[in-house]
Design a protein around this ligand. Structure first.
Ligand SMILES: [Zn+2]
Length: 110
């Protein structure tokens, strides 16, 4: 059974609210979680395809690359995400109000 990633997204932010740049490993992970926040907080379930997040795990050294499913859990207001293929999963807290929070995104085109 895979572990659940428990992520406080603010741990990946510097004091200006921007993504940290080092250590590089943390930055790479932070960008991954940030893209999940963008996707899961997008107000329309039919989010644009460029928001899709692909699994970064490499079970048996083969990239999984399955589309991650992400959503906001109404009770806790945390973001939950799971890879339907390899079952990598996690939970992201403190995402509201970050630069990746799309929940009050208004599409100005329409
Ligand atoms: Zn996967």
């Amino acid at each position: 059974m895979a572990d659940t990633w428990m992520t406080d997204i603010t741990h990946f932010l510097d004091e200006d609210g921007e993504m940290i740049t080092e250590p590089v490993q943390a930055k790479v992970l932070g960008e991954y979680f940030a893209s999940i926040v963008l996707m899961a907080s997008f107000p329309d379930p039919d989010f644009p395809p460029e928001y899709s997040v692909y699994c970064r795990r490499r079970p048996k050294r083969k990239p999984c690359l399955e589309k991650i499913a992400g959503w906001v859990e109404p009770d806790s207001d945390d973001i939950y995400w799971i890879c339907p293929k390899c079952q990598d999963k996690g939970r992201i807290s403190n995402w509201r109000g970050t630069i990746w929070d799309m929940s009050d995104f208004v599409d100005v085109v329409h």
